[in-house]
Design a protein. Structure first.
Length: 279
């Protein structure tokens, strides 16, 4: 049995008997997400030394090269903490085993990741969670510099998580300040947000944003609760885009939304989270 060959024309620009320049091939975005929350991808443990952490990051980047990827989306802010040197939020527990503790011997993981990625021809994009303030995977105490202590009035308990209220102007300002700080100080190539805006619904619980919604109504706002929440998300996304571009116009901005728009759209999607209403 003879092998089947896929023949690719070598003279794709030969049209009508004349040479013509072929159209440019669009550059594909071939990326991998590197999650830091609960040590899912990196670092693999909260007890690794800086040398071990760097070795693991090099392995991730070298693997990306071998797979012919061209970007890494690195989670630098899982829950109002930082996988980089920040004056706005504390060092992450997932990096050093205790929130607020810097790597020792000191190094800046984001600075290192950017440098090593670029040395391999790979873009480094930063992944931010704009509203999650606490994750049940955290084992130790929160640092005194964490937002739950600095601004407890805007932090809500919801299920097993701590959450920032997107309807609070201070929340939006703080998350935008965090993004601006990273874009300004690091040579990153992109900023990404995943599908977390409002939290996934918890059975029998209502997200506690009544106070901010009431304030909006008292100020003359007439949107219903869900439309108001969507407006808060719209405002944050627009502001994030403008914030990034005002600092460095070449830095990309992307969002990875939940996979289902609404159950029943299209008809083959019968059930699932209604991200339009819930997230």
């Amino acid at each position: 049995m003879f092998p089947i060959l896929c023949l690719v024309p070598l003279f794709a620009g030969f049209v009508g008997g004349q040479d013509a320049d072929p159209p440019a091939i669009p550059r594909e975005f071939r990326a991998a997400w590197v999650a830091t929350v609960d040590n899912i991808d990196w670092p693999s443990s909260r007890t690794l030394t800086p040398d071990q952490q760097r070795s693991e990051m090099i392995h991730i980047l070298d693997t990306a090269v071998s797979l012919r990827l061209n970007a890494i989306i690195f989670q630098v802010r899982p829950a109002c903490d930082a996988l980089y040197d920040s004056k706005l939020e504390p060092w992450s527990e997932y990096l050093t085993g205790r929130q607020g503790r810097a790597p020792s011997p000191y190094y800046d993981p984001l600075e290192f990741a950017v440098r090593e990625a670029h040395a391999r021809g790979i873009e480094l994009h930063c992944w931010f969670n704009p509203y999650r303030a606490g994750h049940p995977a955290q084992r130790g105490p929160y640092a005194l510099s964490h937002i739950r202590y600095r601004h407890p009035e805007i932090v809500k308990n919801y299920g097993r998580y701590l959450w920032l209220d997107p309807g609070e102007p201070l929340v939006q300002k703080h998350s935008l300040d965090v993004i601006r700080d990273v874009v300004r100080r690091y040579d990153i190539d992109g900023v990404h947000i995943d599908d977390y805006f409002y939290p996934y619904p918890e059975d029998g619980q209502e997200f506690q944003d009544q106070a901010s919604y009431k304030r909006y109504q008292n100020g003359g706002g007439d949107l219903g609760l869900h439309d108001w929440r969507r407006q808060n998300v719209d405002h944050f996304v627009e502001s994030a885009y403008k914030t990034i571009k005002s600092e460095k116009p070449w830095v990309k901005f992307g969002i990875s939304p939940f996979g289902i728009y609404r159950p029943g759209i299209p008809e083959t999607i019968k059930a699932g989270v209604d991200q339009y209403d819930e997230l």
